[in-house]
Design a protein around this ligand. Structure first.
Ligand code: NAD
Length: 471
C-alpha cells in the first residue's frame, strides 16, 4: 500500500528551479513537498551540468594558462594529470553543494521524497522510490527539466556519450568526435583538448554557437582551431558503426571528409529536449505540446488552475538562472503576491576559452526582426588589463536604440565575459542609456572598462582610441 502525503505545495523536480521554488514557498509559510528522481537535490545543473563542467573548465584553464605563460618567460613542464584525483576533486565540489541543499531543505522543513513522480489524477502525484508514495496536493509546480537529445542512428555503445558521460570523466580518449558545436560541445571540447584528446567537432550550421553573433564567436573559433584537430561546419554525421577497434563515422555536408573517420569516443551534444512527456501530465489534464513543452501564461500557470510549470520544461532558453527566477516567482504567486514574469532579458554564457556572453538584442536578431540599432564597441587589443593578462583577442559591444540611446543588447568575448555581462543585464533591466554607462566610473585597469568605453564609442566621447566625433 502506498503512503499518502499531503502537500500545500508539491514541486516535481529538485533542480535549481524546483528547489528554489520549494525553498521560497516554504519561506513564505507554505507546507512543501519536493519530489526528486535522482538521489540528491541539484538536478542536471549541479550534478551533471553547470557545476562539474565549470570545475573541469577551471582545470583546463590552469593547463592552458601554464602553457601560455611561456610567452612571458615562465615555462612549466608538461602537466601530469591524475585523472582519478581530478574526478574526485570535481565530485567533491558537487557533493559539498548537494549536501548543502539537503541541509537547507531540512531547515525549512521541506519534505524531500526521492523517486520518480508521475501524475495519477487531478490532485495527485505518485512517487516510485524505495516505497511508493502518493502526494495529494493543493498546488503543484512542475520543474521536471530536460534531457539530452540523442541521434536515432547511433548504435548502442558505451563509447558514445552525452554531456553526463563527458562530465563523468571516465577516461581521456585519444581521438574524440564532438557532434554539435553549441555550448555543451564547445565547453567539453575545451576540457578534453586541454587534457590531451585529439578533438574533431562537427556542426550542422555555418558557425559555431549559432545563437551568438559571428563576431563574438570568431575569437573562440580561432582559439579552438589551434587546439583541435578539425572543425567541420555545415556538416553532419549520417552513420556510425561500432567496431572493436573504434567508432567508424560517415559524414555528409560541405566539409565532410572523404570516407570514414575513426574515433575512440563520440560526444553527442546536439541540444536538449523537455521532459514534459515523461510525467503523465495528461492524467491531470495538463497540456503538453508535441515536443514535450508545457505551455504557461505570464504567471507561469498551465491550463490547469492549480498547476504551474517552470524552467526547461516551459521553453527556451534552457538555463538554470531562468529556472531559478521563475521558481521564486511562482512560489510568490502561490503565496498570494501579485507578481508576473517581467524579466526584460536573460543572459547567456559559454564558459569556453575565451568565454562568450550576450544578453538582450543580438545583431542577428536585429537583422531578422528589422530592429534599428547603433553599435558601440571596444577591442580588447586597446585594453591595458587585457594586454597585461596576455589576452588581447576579446571584444565588447553594446547595441543601443538610436533614438532613446537606451541599451538594447550586449555581447562580450574574452576571459571573464561571463562575469562581465551581469552589469549589462542590470543596465537593460533598469533602462540605462549610453550616457548612464559612459558616465559610470569603472575601476581602472579592469576588463569592465571596455563596457564603459563601448558606450563612449557609441557617444563619440572616447579618448582611449581615436574615433572621429559622431554626434
Ligand atoms: P545547443 O542547442 O546549444 O547546441 C547544439 C548544436 O548542435 C547546435 O549548434 C546545432 O546546430 C548542432 N546540431 C544539431 N544537430 C546536429 C547534427 N545532427 N550534426 C551536427 N550538429 C548538430 O545544445 P547543447 O550545446 O547540447 O546545449 C543544450 C542546452 O543546454 C542549451 O539550451 C544550452 O543553452 C544549455 N546549456 C547551457 C550552458 C551554459 O549556460 N553555459 C552550458 C551547457 C548547456
Amino acid at each position: 500500500m502506498a503512503n499518502t502525503v499531503k502537500a500545500e505545495v508539491v514541486v516535481l523536480g529538485g533542480g535549481p528551479g524546483g528547489y528554489s521554488a520549494a525553498f521560497r514557498a516554504a519561506d513564505l509559510g507554505k507546507q512543501v513537498v519536493l519530489i526528486e528522481r535522482g538521489t540528491c537535490l541539484g538536478g542536471v545543473c549541479l550534478n551533471v551540468g553547470c557545476i562539474p563542467s565549470k570545475a573541469l573548465l577551471h582545470a583546463a584553464g590552469v593547463i592552458n594558462e601554464a602553457e601560455a605563460s611561456a610567452e612571458c618567460g615562465i615555462s612549466f613542464a608538461k602537466p601530469k594529470v591524475d585523472i582519478e584525483q581530478l574526478r574526485s576533486w570535481k565530485d567533491g565540489i558537487v557533493s559539498k553543494l548537494t549536501a548543502g541543499l539537503a541541509t537547507l531543505a531540512k531547515r525549512r522543513k521541506v519534505e524531500v521524497i526521492y523517486g520518480v513522480g508521475e501524475f495519477v489524477g487531478a490532485n495527485k502525484i505518485a512517487v516510485r522510490g524505495e516505497d511508493e508514495t502518493v502526494v495529494e496536493f493543493e498546488r503543484a509546480i512542475i520543474a521536471a527539466g530536460s534531457e539530452p537529445v540523442s541521434l536515432p542512428f547511433m548504435p548502442d555503445d558505451l563509447r558514445i556519450i552525452n554531456s553526463t558521460g563527458a562530465l563523468a570523466l571516465e577516461s581521456v580518449p585519444k581521438k574524440m568526435l564532438i557532434i554539435g558545436g553549441g555550448i555543451i560541445g564547445l565547453e567539453m571540447a575545451t576540457v578534453y583538448a586541454a587534457l590531451g584528446s585529439e578533438i574533431t567537432i562537427v556542426e550542422f550550421m555555418e558557425q559555431l554557437i549559432p545563437g551568438a553573433d559571428l563576431d563574438l564567436v570568431k575569437p573562440l573559433a580561432r582559439s579552438l582551431k589551434s587546439k583541435t584537430n578539425n572543425i567541420m561546419l555545415k556538416t553532419k554525421v549520417i552513420a556510425v558503426t561500432a567496431k572493436d577497434d573504434g567508432l567508424y563515422v560517415d559524414f555528409e555536408g560541405e566539409n565532410a571528409p572523404e570516407g570514414q573517420l575513426v574515433f575512440d569516443k563520440i560526444l553527442v551534444a546536439v541540444g536538449r529536449k523537455p521532459n514534459g512527456k515523461s510525467i503523465a501530465a495528461e492524467k491531470a489534464g495538463i497540456n503538453v505540446d508535441e515536443r514535450g513543452f508545457i505551455t504557461v501564461d505570464e504567471q507561469l500557470k498551465t491550463n490547469i488552475e492549480n498547476v504551474y510549470a517552470i524552467g526547461d520544461i516551459i521553453g527556451n532558453p534552457m538555463l538554470a538562472h531562468k529556472a531559478v527566477h521563475e521558481g521564486c516567482m511562482v512560489a510568490e504567486i502561490i503565496a498570494g503576491e501579485k507578481v508576473a514574469h517581467q524579466a526584460k532579458c536573460i543572459p547567456s554564457v559559454a564558459y569556453t576559452d575565451p568565454e562568450i556572453s550576450w544578453v538582450g538584442l543580438t545583431e542577428n536578431m536585429a537583422q531578422e526582426q528589422s530592429i534599428n540599432f547603433e553599435k558601440g564597441s571596444f577591442p580588447w587589443m586597446a585594453c591595458g588589463r587585457a594586454l597585461s593578462m596576455g589576452r588581447s583577442e576579446g571584444m565588447t559591444k553594446l547595441l543601443f536604440d538610436p533614438k532613446t540611446e537606451k541599451l538594447l543588447g550586449a555581447g562580450i568575448v574574452g576571459p571573464n565575459a561571463g562575469e562581465m555581462i551581469a552589469e549589462l543585464v542590470l543596465a537593460i533591466e533598469k533602462g540605462c542609456t549610453a550616457s548612464d554607462i559612459a558616465n559610470t566610473i569603472h575601476p581602472h585597469p579592469t576588463l569592465s572598462e571596455t563596457v564603459m568605453m563601448s558606450a563612449e564609442a557609441f557617444l563619440g566621447t572616447m579618448t582611449d582610441l581615436y574615433m572621429p566625433k559622431r554626434r
